[in-house]
Ligand binder design. Structure first.
Ligand code: AMP
Ligand code: ZN
Length: 475
């Protein structure tokens, strides 16, 4: 697998430092509301990289944090009158539900910022002792960027840019900052009135850690000083990742991340998503319109991660058709092969397939995670395969190869039906069951009325040979 590295500005092979396990960190969500589909572009791409490595026999160790204390979580929890813990717990659960629906594997460790306050304080103490940090008059503590010569290397920031930033920002925020240099960033924020009960004791007085610090502290705890990869959306390159590097290298030594994987932003209707434009979608918003998480995942993978991806609702329809096409091919191969069950992820991981009809897809995936090219080659390969022409053995090889590729992409062509049926509310299921009974009794008028009632609730009932299914109506 070769992947573009933001630090070195070129494609580099991903080879685990310890020779066995690819150990990586992803900046996780700030849990003050539902994650939007842009956030999920980043999380789905990170998940796909992990899946692709695991499918090819590389073990991974994935750490992703939960930001459960910052200005936004504190402000929003207070606005709705909930404790920070209760409030962030709720949004964390929602995030997990969305991740699961989107087929994102849970990270091996998912630490929280509030669960690692002592580690963060210890890190500031080290930085202060070594002359990289200083306390302001109000009890806030800052990182002195002038003390780290390599500051700005990741984002190619010139000291000139910092100077420019200093003159404009200094004018704007002269009173707010109690720092030696305007680019110095906060490690510890002194307690303020608006923080309410959300503060911790420290050697510098009551307060809370600055946002950048949590990742450095958790990385030290779970990955040590040197690890294989760090990742996030492009907006994190500066200042967040630049600051993480500075804190970690100065406090712990070591080289920090060997590789930097940044995902370009998702745009909607050609621009930035925003609440005021009404184009900030969550997974739930799309589901309410009759789309599925699998369709969203497909759309998110249909663009290359290094290019902006413009999201349009229409693309979800195309995704449905593409998934149906893949599902039909998988079904035909399985039937021809006499395969009763779909092989699971663990069963497929590390399994080699000789004469893999999808070998070209893997080449695309392994060259900078080129998912759109992978899809293109997948459909080309599928056009060349007719299950009916294959022997049972050939069909079995092709089926395993296809499921292996789909497992790397996190797409399960068989899951859609079950997913949709499970979601139907009780009232809809009850009406559908009644309609089924009416049909068995050949009471066609009653069956039709019930069908209309179900439709009025936004669902469609479909007859099957051995029963029925309900699906959301697509707008
Ligand atoms: P946040 O919850 O804001 O901390 O963001 C979680 C992750 O989503 C981070 O890696 C961000 O860089 C990423 N992210 C934010 N907005 C977008 C977007 N529009 N497209 C892709 N990734 C994004
Ligand atoms: Zn981070």
């Amino acid at each position: 697998m070769r992947l573009y590295d933001t630090m070195n500005r070129r494609l580099r092979s991903l080879i685990p430092i310890d020779g066995t396990t690819f150990r990586f960190y992803c900046c996780g969500p700030t849990v003050y509301g539902p994650a939007h589909i842009g956030n999920f572009r980043t999380f789905v791409l990170q998940d796909t990289l992990r899946r692709a490595l695991e499918m090819q026999g590389v073990k991974t160790f994935h750490v992703r944090n939960i930001t459960d204390v910052d200005d936004k979580t504190i402000r929003e929890s207070q606005r709705v009158g909930q404790t920070l813990e209760y409030f962030t717990g709720r949004w964390t659960r929602r995030f997990h539900r969305d991740c699961e629906a989107l087929g994102c594997l849970p990270p091996h460790v998912e630490p929280t910022a509030t669960g690692h306050i002592p580690q963060q304080i210890a890190m500031i103490e080290t930085l202060e002792k070594e002359g990289h940090a200083y306390a302001g008059a109000d009890g806030s503590v800052y990182f002195r960027i002038a003390s780290f010569a390599e500051y700005g290397r990741l984002s190619r920031l010139e000291s000139r840019d910092l100077e420019l930033g200093r003159s404009s920002a200094a004018r704007a925020d002269a009173d707010e900052y109690d720092k030696d240099h305007v680019a110095d960033f906060v490690l510890w924020k002194a307690r303020r009135e608006e923080d309410g009960p959300n503060f911790w004791n420290s050697p510098w007085g009551e307060g809370r850690p600055g946002w950048h610090l949590e990742c450095s502290a958790m990385i030290r705890e779970y990955l040590g000083t040197d690890f294989d990869m760090h990742s996030g959306g492009v907006d994190l390159v500066f200042p967040h990742h630049e600051n993480e590097i500075a804190q970690s290298r100065c406090a712990c030594g070591g080289q920090f991340a060997a590789h930097w994987f940044h995902i370009t932003h998702l745009m909607v209707d050609g621009g930035k998503m925003s609440k005021s434009l009404g184009n900030l979608y969550t997974l739930e918003d799309l589901e309410a319109r009759g789309h599925t998480a699998a369709e969203l995942r497909y759309v998110l993978l249909a663009g290359h991660y290094r290019r902006p991806l413009n999201f349009m609702l229409d693309s979800l329809r195309d995704a449905r058709a593409a998934l149906a096409r893949i599902g039909r091919a998988a079904g035909a191969l399985r039937e021809r092969a006499g395969m009763e069950t779909v092989p699971g992820f663990d069963e497929l991981a590390g399994r080699e397939v000789e004469h893999d009809p999808f070998a070209e897809c893997w080449l695309a995936l392994n060259e900078d995670l080129n998912t759109p090219e992978t899809f293109g080659r997948l459909f080309t390969a599928l056009r060349g395969i007719r299950a009916a022409d294959l022997s049972k053995e050939e069909a079995s090889v092709a089926a395993v190869a296809l499921y292996r590729l789909l497992a790397a992409l996190g797409l399960d062509p068989d899951s859609r039906r079950a997913e949709v049926e499970d979601e139907a509310p009780e009232a809809v299921r009850l009406l559908a069951a009644k309609r089924w009974e009416a049909k068995q009794a050949k009471d066609w008028a009653a069956a039709d009325t019930l069908r209309d009632e179900i439709a009025a609730l936004g669902w469609v009932v479909k007859d099957r040979r051995d029963g029925f299914a309900v699906e959301r109506k697509v707008e």
